[in-house]
Design a protein around this ligand. Structure first.
Ligand code: AVJ
Length: 315
């Protein structure tokens, strides 16, 4: 883990347009900050997707086209706290569907908490935790030729540039069989007046989430970033539909990262790109899916049309 972290920080800071991979936001501190973000009034994404899972649970189940007597595996990639999934699990259980729920996450801690929570809240649902890499786990599950429904929610896909997202969904398909389903959560393109505050909340939680990436490099790679010398800066235009977050150097400064054995110069105003959060419309989604072995079979969106869940079928 640390070796890969070192390598990624080294590569990212040695390119002319400095960047750091957003996946490193999520250490213990970052996980906690992200939970706070999901509860912020400005961060509409979680509530919008929750609206779909709460108010259109039946439609989701109908659109998945699974018959009540056919067993399936419900596999969630990046399960988190499972608050949205619970609505679906409850309804599936209530309607007598035969399934096991496989939450997949890199964090054993997140999985243990989710399991404990489901044990009390939905004792009738069978939960099989899978800790590790998404593709390794899917490859191991592919051997068992059971019908699969994959959940990839929260617009987590948005952290990937379109080519990477296309490859990711294609690779998911390689680990599935025809007829399997993928339920994909996607934040929709909307005006900057709504999107920007979601990445620049008034309490500064998103800024703290961004700064934690530097703090983590300080902690784990023995670096001496002075975090007060960087400022959180989000960017978004409705035109391209891509939100980005940066850390802007507030002065000419040099930072030493001991475990890499290198110093890095930052000019005043120079930016480190730390996250891409792509927003979607049907055209972008169709283009991505057309280059995979999936077809779009249904689309659900919330009352405000902020967010969509696409149901894709492996062809
Ligand atoms: C979890 C990747 C969907 O991009 O909106 C929240 C992460 N970053 N606030 C997003 C995030 C800043 C989030 N995703």
């Amino acid at each position: 883990m640390t070796e890969q972290f070192k390598k990624d920080v080294y590569t990212g800071l040695n390119t002319p347009n400095k960047r750091l991979p957003s996946k490193y936001f999520y250490d213990k501190k970052g996980d906690a900050l992200f939970v706070e973000i999901m509860n912020l009034p400005e961060y509409y994404l979680t509530r919008a997707e929750m609206d779909i899972f709460e108010n259109q649970t039946d439609d989701i189940i109908k659109a998945l086209q699974i018959s009540p007597d056919c067993y399936f595996e419900l596999i969630e990639l990046g399960a988190g706290d499972g608050s949205k999934t619970k609505k679906l699990l409850q309804m599936l259980h209530q309607q007598g569907f035969k399934f096991d729920y496989f939450p997949v996450d890199i964090s054993q801690n997140a999985l243990d908490n989710l399991e404990a929570d489901l044990k009390t809240e939905l004792p009738g649902v069978s939960v099989i935790k899978k800790q590790g890499d998404y593709f390794e786990i899917l490859a191991s599950l592919k051997e068992i030729k059971k019908l699969k429904v994959i959940l990839f929610l929260g617009s987590n896909i948005g952290n990937m540039p379109d080519e990477v997202a296309t490859q990711f969904i294609y690779d998911l398909g390689s680990n599935l069989h025809p007829g399997d389903k993928l339920l994909l959560g996607a934040d929709l393109i909307k005006p900057a007046s709504i999107v920007l505050p979601a990445y620049n909340d008034s309490k500064g939680v998103t800024a703290a989430f961004n700064y934690n990436l530097l703090a983590r490099i300080n902690r784990e790679l023995e670096a001496d970033f002075d975090i007060t010398n960087f400022r959180h800066e989000p960017e978004y235009t409705e035109q391209d539909g891509i939100a980005k977050s940066f850390l802007v150097s507030q002065a000419d400064q040099t930072v030493c990262i001991k475990s890499i054995g290198q110093s890095f110069d930052f000019k005043k105003g120079e930016r480190i790109e730390t996250e891409v959060s792509r927003k979607y419309n049907d055209e972008v989604i169709h283009k991505i899916i057309s280059e995979t072995d999936f077809k779009i079979s249904y689309k659900l969106s919330d009352g405000k049309k902020y967010f969509a869940n696409y149901i894709l079928e492996r062809t």
